[in-house]
Design a binder for this molecule. Structure first.
Ligand SMILES: Cc1cc2nc3c(=O)[nH]c(=O)nc-3n(C[C@H](O)[C@H](O)[C@H](O)COP(=O)(O)OP(=O)(O)OC[C@H]3O[C@@H](n4cnc5c(N)ncnc54)[C@H](O)[C@@H]3O)c2cc1C
Length: 493
């Protein structure tokens, strides 16, 4: 029997395994459903995701009412951050302060900042008080003077719109436009937590990593987690830590009988703990693009996909909340080879919430995921205003000179509420920044799943530590936050 069994060697799980096994007397078993590339040289250059191929779970979700789409989730040691876009932007202090204000003072920005500092080695601002100089994750930004022509034009358009230039978009209050921070090594290799945290810890005698091993359920006996079941095998543990990410941590709780009692009974799962909040309060960030055909030669081949990110405070029709972001993407469109330019607008803080539920008890049955985009009043209007504003950025002369045409948009569509709403409902996609579904909250909150120390309410020796515990929207693309959250939680164990 191991002391600690961690389910999921993803973004957070690799951090937890490294930090918890640093104590030599504690035995740690890290279990991952996907492949383990222990030898960095054996790792394929590109780990793809999408519809169950490569290193993807093949999940799907309801995106907007009546419309379903694939929901990419990394299934490999390193998790989503092993297949993601490497954008490494922090959430804002106000997000953590909102978290703390829900009765969890240990998750305030003041408490979280040391965790962000601990995890990073910021190559550009090592001396800034809010940055860490020597953590495991290298953070770099593109050089403003060496941006590709469309990226420089996007920056110019935003500055002309009155937004501030921010050399460090990870400064706590950075609002405006600046170089996009990325987690990567100097040679361009992706700096996932499989490399930055787990690889240096692999030699420890008290740490075992098991790839290609999917946990079927957590075994709870008399109100205490005593281990897990893997294809009929029981593996005992003193403590189980669930780090399967959103949405798969809530899925595993449900399969283990931890969730809304009536829903579990209806699909034949014996309840171990009635927790109505499991699978609820899921949120994600809706995104939409303005696709454009570039002028010939405008997008250099092999150019980085994105180099500049904007976090907006105010624009017409919008109450400032720093929740919208703009990014320019260049390169071949998904599944194609012709170059494209796409200005993406995303909402970091929608009000809408989604749900996760099970169709049945079997591990092989896909969960039912509804992202709930635009179900809350006001979310679609917010997006409409932001998209309209993005149109003015895309059609600004600096950017427009790189664009030959917009395939599906014009001033008339953009100006008409009904037409634009139809476009948004049809094209909105998941920003793949899922969080919640097993939210943290005090014991008197009926929707709370874990307490301030990530312990599942009502079940001993079981914690959830990944983005599914986040009870508030994070104004960020989320990967860096998953690392900092795991760092912070590990310091409490
Ligand atoms: C394609 C893509 C692009 C993205 N781009 C960016 C970006 O550029 N910047 C950014 O900040 N964020 C990005 N994100 C989001 C970000 O990467 C994730 O939000 C974050 O990494 C999630 O971390 P996590 O630890 O909560 O979960 P994960 O990293 O998903 O880790 C969960 C792990 O648990 C494993 N697991 C699940 N169930 C089981 C089970 N039953 N048994 C065993 N193992 C299990 C999974 O295989 C996985 O390895 C992207 C996400 C995707 C999918």
């Amino acid at each position: 029997m191991v002391d600690v069994l961690i389910i999921g060697a993803g973004t957070a799980g690799c951090v937890l395994a490294a930090r918890l096994s640093a104590e030599p007397t504690r035995s740690v078993l890290l279990v991952e459903a996907g492949q383990d590339f222990a030898d960095r040289a054996a790792m394929p250059p590109a780990l793809t995701t999408g519809d169950g191929v490569g290193f993807d779970w093949g999940l799907s979700a309801t995106v907007t009412a009546g419309r379903t789409g694939p929901l990419a989730r990394g299934r490999v040691v390193g998790g989503c951050a092993q297949v993601n876009g490497r954008g490494a932007v922090r959430a804002m202090p106000r997000d953590y302060d909102a978290w703390a204000a829900r009765g969890m003072p240990r998750w305030s920005w003041e408490q979280m900042l040391p965790a962000y500092r601990r995890c990073e080695a910021d190559r550009d601002f090592p001396d800034a008080p809010h940055h860490g100089p020597e953590g495991p994750v290298p953070i770099v930004r593109p050089d403003r003077d060496r941006l590709t022509a469309p990226m420089a034009a996007f920056l110019e358009s935003m500055l002309d719109h009155g937004h501030d230039y921010q050399p460090d978009m990870n400064a706590p209050t950075a609002v405006g436009i600046g170089p996009y921070p990325h987690n990567q090594y100097a040679d361009g290799t992706r700096a996932s937590t499989a490399l930055t945290y787990l690889a240096p810890a692999r030699g420890r005698e008290n740490l075992v990593v098991r790839g290609d091993t999917q946990v079927d359920r957590i075994v709870v006996h008399h109100g205490r987690a005593i281990g897990v079941e893997i294809g009929g095998e029981f593996v005992g543990a003193g403590e189980v830590i669930l780090a399967a990410g959103a949405p798969l941590s809530p899925v595993l709780l449900l399969r283990s009988g931890i969730g809304p009692i009536e829903d579990l009974r209806a699909i034949g799962i014996t309840s171990q703990q009635d927790l109505p909040g499991v699978g609820r309060n899921l949120y994600d960030q809706p995104g939409a693009v303005i696709p454009a055909i570039p002028q010939p030669g405008s997008v250099p081949s092999g150019a980085p996909m994105t180099e500049v990110i904007g976090r907006l405070d105010s624009f017409p029709g919008h109450v400032p909340d720093q929740a919208f972001y703009l990014t320019l993407f260049t390169g071949p469109a998904p599944g194609g080879t012709d170059p494209m330019i796409a200005l993406m607008v995303g909402d970091f803080a929608p009000v809408s919430r989604g749900t996760i539920s099970l169709a049945g008890p079997a591990t092989g049955q896909r969960p039912i995921i509804d992202l709930g985009f635009y179900t809350a009043a006001g979310d679609l209007t917010r997006m409409r205003d932001a998209y309209r504003y993005a149109w003015t950025v895309a059609t600004h002369p600096s950017l427009a000179r790189h664009i030959a045409g917009f395939p599906m948009l014009n001033d008339q569509v953009i100006g008409d509420d009904q037409q634009l709403d139809a476009v948004l409902r049809a094209m909105t996609f998941s920003r793949l920044a899922l969080a919640g579904g097993a939210a943290m909250g005090p014991g008197d909150d009926p929707d709370a799943v874990v307490d301030e120390q990530c312990r599942v309410h009502g079940v001993e020796a079981l914690r959830v530590i990944d983005l599914s515990i986040v009870p508030v929207p994070l104004r960020s693309p989320t990967a860096l936050d998953a690392i900092a959250i795991a760092e912070h939680a590990a310091s409490m164990i």
